[in-house]
Design a protein around this ligand. Structure first.
Ligand code: AMP
Ligand code: ZN
Length: 469
């Protein structure tokens, strides 16, 4: 398997630290509001990466945090007049609902920053002891120049960064960071301000900086050196660069062997973000589409390519997905028997080739776009090659393979509506019984109820037929 490693800017063979195990950490959302579909991109992409590793037989330890203390959470808590924890608890719960809707597998652990303060204090103390950090008026800074490899992930030159910083040196004064030895230094611990959540520490009451959170949670749940660290590409600098500096300066060992970053979800060519206000929440999208469509849309592009969100592309994802689900339904409904026939052997072999091609695309840095095109080819072949004269074994092989290849992408091939068929039939039966009993009010009520669910009834000589609008 090959993975594009941001650290080396190359596709590399994936070799896990421990055979058969993948330890991966994915930076999670800051929980001060509903997540938007830009935040959903890394969730969907890296959940798919995880599923593919599992398909390949790896055990995956998947850790993804919630950042539950942050300026934006504190701002929201002040605006609502409730403690910050009320805001973060609420949006963690909402985020989990969205993740379930997008069929994101639950993480092995979902650590929360506020529950890991002791570990952060430990790592900051180690960094101070080793000369990589210093305290000034209750703020602890990382001494960036003390870490030789600074810039290795983002491929930035530290002297260029320094001169960039000098140009806006005046800003440093107004932000109250006068105690910095060097403009490049960044905060590990900040002192308490009135009305903010805080924890006691050797440097006074305060709260951690954002970067230290992930260094500590990754180490605690996955170990000093992990296989994969991932997130959106906006995190490369400074977040991930700073995580590397902190973790490697503290341990003297490599932090993560592979770094994976998804490209942005854009809208009209601009990054979707809360601060620009050009976003749709996952919840909003769920009102118009099954979230499977959103998932399918996201995976229709390679994760390192920018993806533009538009109604047209969502509609095309919807109809593409529908094509797959309809084909799977037709296969399920065929009444067939018997083993693969001689003349079906070539079709059966072709299915194996589809699987091989799908795997070779996924092995090549998780090329879901081309993997999906293989699923479409297979659906087309199944539509043509499986007829009422086919063997059940051939049909099963097509169906099970389509289900398996979709399942790796987190796509369920069972139509959601199909689950409701039995309920619809039960209501229709009840309506018939009501009509027989001359309870027309109840019969009409059931018709209206079905109609509000988008079900149209038609009385025919053969009985009541129904269809979806
Ligand atoms: P945040 O809550 O902003 O820290 O973001 C959580 C995750 O979503 C991070 O991995 C970000 O890189 C990612 N992310 C945020 N906006 C986008 C976007 N428009 N496209 C892709 N990923 C994004
Ligand atoms: Zn992080």
């Amino acid at each position: 398997m090959k993975i594009f490693n941001t650290l080396t800017r190359q596709k590399e063979d994936f070799v896990p630290l421990e055979e058969g195990i993948v330890n991966m950490y994915v930076c999670g959302p800051t929980v001060y509001n509903f997540i938007h579909i830009g935040n959903a991109r890394p969730m969907i992409v890296f959940d798919t990466v995880r599923r593919y590793f599992e398909y390949k037989g790896y055990k995956v330890n998947y850790v993804s945090n919630f950042t539950d203390v942050d300026d934006k959470i504190i701002k929201a808590s002040n605006e609502e007049g409730v403690p910050a924890s009320v805001i973060s608890e609420r949006y963690i719960a909402e985020c989990k609902k969205d993740m379930e809707g997008m069929n994101i597998m639950p993480a092995t652990v979902n650590p929360r920053a506020t529950q890991e303060i002791d570990g952060m204090i430990d790592m900051i103390s180690t960094l101070i002891d080793k000369g990589h950090a210093y305290e000034s008026n209750g703020t602890v800074y990382f001494r960036t120049r003390s870490f030789e490899d600074y810039g290795k992930l983002s491929h930035k030159n530290i002297d260029d960064l320094e001169s960039g910083h000098r140009a806006d040196d005046h800003q440093i004064k107004v932000t109250g960071e006068e105690g910095k030895e060097d403009p490049l230094d960044f905060v590990l611990w900040k002192p308490k301000k009135e009305g903010e959540p805080s924890w006691p520490s050797p440097w006074g009451d305060g709260r951690p900086g954002w970067h230290i959170e992930c260094s500590v949670m990754s180490k605690k749940y996955l170990g000093t050196t992990i296989d994969i660290h991932a997130g959106g590409e906006d995190l490369i600098f400074p977040h991930h660069e700073n995580e590397i500096a902190q973790s490697e300066a503290a341990s003297g060992k490599p932090f993560s062997r592979y770094w994976m970053h998804n490209a942005f979800l854009n809208i009209n060519g601009t990054k979707m973000s809360k601060s620009l206000g050009n976003f749709f929440t996952v919840r909003e999208v769920s009102e118009q589409y099954d979230l499977q469509v959103l998932r399918f849309f996201m995976l229709s592009a390679h994760y390192r390519s920018p993806l533009n969100f538009s109604r047209e592309l969502m509609e095309s994802a919807k109809s593409g997905l529908e094509r797959i689900l309809t084909a799977a339904d037709r296969l399920r409904d065929l009444k067939l028997t018997g083993d693969i026939k001689e003349e079906e052997k070539a079709f059966s072999d072709e299915i194996d080739e589809f699987v091989n091609r799908y795997e070779s695309y996924m092995d090549d840095d998780f090329n879901t776009a081309d993997a999906i095109s293989v699923i479409f080819e297979m659906v087309k072949a199944a539509n043509i090659n499986v007829t009422e004269d086919s063997s059940a074994a051939l049909r099963d092989k097509y169906l099970e393979t389509i289900e398996k290849l979709c399942g790796i992408l987190g796509i369920k091939t069972q139509k959601k509506e199909e689950l409701l068929d039995a309920d619809i039939q039960a209501l229709i039966d009840e309506r018939q019984a009501a009509r027989k009993a001359k309870d027309f009010a109840r019969a009409d009520q059931i018709r209206d109820q079905l109609s509000s669910m988008g079900i149209r009834l038609k009385d025919t000589r053969e009985g009541v037929k129904w269809s979806r609008q």
